[in-house]
Write a protein that binds this ligand. Structure first.
Ligand code: ATP
Ligand code: MG
Length: 443
């Protein structure tokens, strides 16, 4: 080992014959970008989740590329390219249905500091990275990545892998390990705590003890992350098929309380009761939908996560004489207003979420024309699914949920329509306008 800081560390190089990544598993668009950068004389590597997931025999969510070309140089090479990000400047190469993310090699904190070129890396008083735009070498790029298994580089020149940080050994052992000193790395970017839980849940990996140890203590650092960024992370944690595992991880390390404090307080107050069962069942059913390729929505997710605090607050309002629907609307408004100071929730998701809540008491009205009207509501299916989960958790009447299942089957039969499609066709149009009026909230 050299004592000189600047001397390069040689990576272990795994030749094509010794790993299982084949070009047929890499998207054509990613290959196009890799080859075009190479023929323009730049280095280009596939890196991150794409390499990790292919090595594990999984289908990557997206493909990330690392290069020594600057974002501006990448921009010149691709017509369909946009530069994004201030905190972390990146090139997005757009293809139909796919975006390939191209990142220029970044220097690590120390390297950037040594070169007195640190003007483009900015840290706040707590060590958090505010900007990270000092470019570096491949080796430096490897060390500033988060986990060892995310820092494997696939070289398009000879299809070999480069491993500077022992990522391959960790991958084979099923271990998620932060590169460098964990506490420093979490302080630089507290979202790495969420990424640790996410990758552990997604890959079924365990956290290395040093990576795991600071989590609970550092969880308050999430309070400094902009709510919009946390919203994106929440979707990646909960809507990709491993939400229940992710939820358990977040709760275990005290991270959930930082993201959804009111929901967490309600769960902690009643650890064994239906609130926890309800969320667990909701997440399990979302995971099942994802594995069946059915659509899932942030509105439904947030509706389930916040149901317990909303339900409690609405119950208190009802005692004061407010009607059930109105109580739910007000309670939801208050809980959401508080919640978005932690995790953002775009209005287009908040509105349907409130509708799902407000439809719950309407399921109790089973006489006259009311059930048919409810069936025709554009949000009926989501609200009914919500009722089924409540019943499964023991919070709503099981007989009620069954009744609504039979009613839908009957209505579907009569209308020769599919269950799940809004069954009462003839009533749909006039009712729709009316419901929109009834349920839409003033902005
Ligand atoms: P997936 O795309 O499956 O969610 P990923 O590992 O590809 O997982 P991305 O968010 O796409 O995650 O990021 C690509 C790569 O960029 C990561 O694998 C990692 O090497 C690096 N990276 C991303 N976010 C961070 C971060 N906050 N700190 C350090 N490195 C990061
Ligand atoms: Mg990725």
């Amino acid at each position: 080992m050299s004592t000189q800081e600047s001397s390069p560390i040689s990576p272990s190089i795994i030749s094509r014959a010794d790993h299982n990544i084949s070009r047929t598993h890499i998207s054509e668009n990613a290959l196009k970008v890799l080859y075009r950068l190479k023929s323009a004389g730049y280095e280009s590597y596939l890196v991150g989740g794409g390499v990790r997931d292919l090595l594990l025999g999984r289908e990557p969510k997206d493909f990330d590329i690392a290069t020594d070309a600057s974002p501006e140089e990448v921009h010149k090479l691709f017509r369909n390219c946009r530069l994004i990000g201030r905190r972390f400047r990146l090139a997005h190469v757009h293809f139909s249905g796919e975006i390939i993310e191209v990142a220029t090699f970044r220097a690590t904190q120390e390297a950037a500091h040594d070169e007195e070129d640190g003007a483009d890396i900015a840290l706040d008083g707590g060590g958090r990275i505010l900007r990270d735009n000092v470019y570096g070498t491949l080796e430096q790029d490897a060390f500033r990545r988060d986990f060892t298994v995310n820092a494997l580089y696939y070289d398009i020149r000879d299809f070999s892998l480069r491993d500077y940080v022992g990522g391959l050994a960790d991958l084979r052992a099923g271990v998620l390990r932060l590169i460098g000193d964990p506490e420093t790395r979490y302080r630089e970017d507290p979202v790495r705590m969420l990424r640790a839980v996410r990758f552990a849940a997604k890959l079924g990996f365990r956290l290395h003890p040093h990576t795991e140890l600071p989590l609970r203590r550092l969880s308050p650092l999430l309070g400094d992350i902009p709510p919009a960024r946390l919203f994106e992370e929440i979707l990646k944690l909960f809507l990709y098929g491993f939400g229940l595992q992710a939820f358990e991880g977040l709760r275990h390390y005290g991270l959930f309380a930082r993201l959804f404090p009111r929901a967490d307080a309600a769960l902690t107050a009643e650890e064994q009761g239906f609130p926890l069962t309800f969320i667990a069942k909701a997440l399990a059913s979302t995971d099942a939908r994802v594995s069946e390729d059915k659509p899932v929505t942030p509105a439904f997710l947030f509706a389930t996560l916040l149901w317990e605090p909303v339900r409690r607050q609405a119950a208190a309002l009802e005692i004061q004489g407010v009607s059930a629907g109105e109580a739910l609307r007000r309670a939801a408004g208050e809980i959401i207003a508080e919640q978005i100071t932690h995790v953002a929730l775009p209005r287009r998701f908040a509105a349907p979420m409130i509708e799902i809540y407000q439809m719950q008491p309407r399921f109790m009205q089973r006489t006259g024309k009311r059930p048919l009207r409810l069936l025709a509501h554009p949000r009926f299916r989501a609200a009914y699914d919500f009722l089924v989960l409540r019943a499964a958790a023991g919070e709503a009447d099981k007989e009620l949920a069954d009744w609504w299942m039979r009613i839908q089957d009957n209505a579907a039969g009569e209308q020769h329509d599919l269950p799940g499609a809004t069954p009462v066709r003839s009533r749909r149009r006039p009712r729709r306008g009316r419901h929109r009026h009834e349920t839409s909230q003033p902005a």
